[in-house]
Design a protein around this ligand. Structure first.
Ligand SMILES: Cc1cc2nc3c(=O)[nH]c(=O)nc-3n(C[C@H](O)[C@H](O)[C@H](O)COP(=O)(O)OP(=O)(O)OC[C@H]3O[C@@H](n4cnc5c(N)ncnc54)[C@H](O)[C@@H]3O)c2cc1C
Length: 422
């Protein structure tokens, strides 16, 4: 039987892959570990914004995580990422206002790095792993994963095959199709029935000043709607490109950078498809394409003032005096009502009205609603144990495998797989 090339191969250098590598290299320093990534720079979602949430259930998928399990691992995540926590002010006041109208405001421990400083964090993490002997191969795409009679391994495009004793696959959300193909080829059952669909709001700081007291306030509204990923300081709405369509997202620079006086955050509704169970990914693609079709190849944006009046926004709407700021991500001015499914829009609009009652300002006519913001979560594999093992020697973790929904949850998932390998 040929000797494996490495003890461990990790596909993906995002937080899930890094979490596994840190844990394994700490507890078993003699292991040979190879990390592979198709991108030029390590490492996945840490590159964007890098807000870290250290309170369950934020970033964790509750079907896979108990509070106890998450709280056991979060201190290990903290030790590696060394967050500087944000202070919160007036939380009790906001919480009481929210509770009165049936809304919850979660108390979450948060840190923020900022897109401009995330590369320095990634370099520190890579250097630390390299000093422990972990090897990196970037710009290397894995096209397949297998676990045969000899053992597991990966196929690298144009190069060949590498074998290991154990393989951890952590390709993130963008590795969705890759993971699906691997699972189908390996005969691993999976389910893909959850998708988050919503809008991103952009407004001026004085319309949403809570961010001065609470960096990324997590409001939970009725009907499965929640606030997600709030950005302020120097904040921008950005495009995330998929095959044939774009969706919106947001990020901010670190607090050292001058502010642009804008705030953006998402309002997302979780959709669980069942009976008959259909693909959340397919639904996301369908909605994304529809919005881009209506927007002439781009997402849509509409001012709250126009939406309330039941009329579409136009290029002129975005130039008139009444409107006090320009969009940070100028997409196509239009009518969200044509693209957002009615039930989703109704629940999101109800949440916006409640939010404006708690924090008057968000319904200012100048506020911009961008659509679509969609989170295509995962093909959740049928796991064989609590360490996210999917075959004798292969583990699947992170956002792509549905074990997490954020940096800290992904990192903790990697640790859980590493504990299984130990
Ligand atoms: C714009 C944006 C902003 C975000 N901001 C935040 C935030 O502030 N806070 C937060 O908690 N979360 C944020 N997220 C989400 C966060 O990035 C993810 O939850 C997290 O990165 C998931 O970690 P992961 O390791 O599972 O996957 P990823 O971080 O996506 O890493 C997966 C890695 O696998 C590689 N890969 C994929 N397929 C292959 C292949 N076939 N071969 C080789 N390599 C492959 C990818 O290149 C990637 O580097 C943001 C996401 C985006 C898109």
């Amino acid at each position: 039987m040929p000797a494996p090339d490495y003890d461990i191969i990790i596909v993906g250098t995002g937080p899930a892959g890094l979490g596994a590598a840190f844990h394994l290299s700490e507890v078993s320093p003699s292991l040979s570990i190879l990390m592979l990534d198709r991108e030029k720079i390590c490492s996945g979602g840490l590159l964007n914004d890098c807000k870290q949430n250290y309170s369950y259930p934020i970033g964790f998928v509750v079907e896979n995580w108990t509070r106890e399990e998450a709280e056991r691992l979060l201190p290990q995540v903290e030790k590696c990422l060394q967050p500087v926590f944000k202070e919160k002010k007036n939380l009790g006041i906001y919480q009481r206002r929210a509770e009165r109208i049936g809304v919850a405001l979660l108390d979450v421990r948060q840190a923020h790095v900022g897109t401009d400083r995330s590369r320095a964090l990634i370099r520190r993490l890579m250097a630390e792993l390299e000093s422990r002997g972990v090897q990196f191969r970037l710009e290397t795409e894995v096209t397949d994963v297998f676990d045969d009679a000899v053992g597991p391994g990966v196929v690298i495009s144009n190069t060949g095959t590498l074998r290991a004793r154990k393989v951890i696959v952590a390709p993130g959300r963008k590795g969705f199709s890759f993971l699906q193909q691997v699972m189908e080829r390996m005969g691993i059952d999976y389910i893909d029935n959850v998708v988050d669909v919503g809008i991103r709001l952009e407004t001026t700081l004085n319309n949403y000043p809570i961010v001065n007291d609470y960096y990324d306030p997590k409001f939970i509204f009725p009907d499965g709607v929640r606030t997600f990923c709030t950005n302020s300081g120097h904040a921008r709405v950005v495009l995330e490109r998929y095959q044939g369509f774009s969706i919106v997202n947001g990020h901010a620079l670190s607090e050292q950078r001058a502010g642009n006086n804008l705030v953006n955050f998402a309002l997302l509704k979780t959709i669980g498809l069942r009976d008959p169970v259909r693909s959340g990914q397919q639904m996301a693609v369908f909605l994304g394409r529809l919005a881009n079709e209506i927007g002439g190849g781009k997402p849509l944006m509409q001012r709250v003032g126009d939406f309330r009046m039941g009329k579409r926004s136009t290029a002129e709407t975005f130039n008139e005096d009444l409107y006090s700021f320009h969009p940070s991500c100028p997409v196509t001015a239009g009518d969200l009502g044509l693209a957002v499914p009615a039930k989703i829009m109704r629940h999101i609009w109800a949440a916006m009205k409640k939010l404006d009652t708690i924090l008057p300002g968000i319904l200012h006519p100048s506020t911009i609603m961008y659509y679509p913001e969609i989170k295509m979560y995962a093909n959740k594999p049928a796991f064989l144990d609590r360490h996210f093992r999917v075959s004798r020697n292969v583990y699947m973790v992170g956002d792509g495998a549905g074990t997490s929904r954020g940096i800290t949850g992904a990192w903790a998932s990697g640790i859980r797989a590493a504990e299984g390998i130990r």
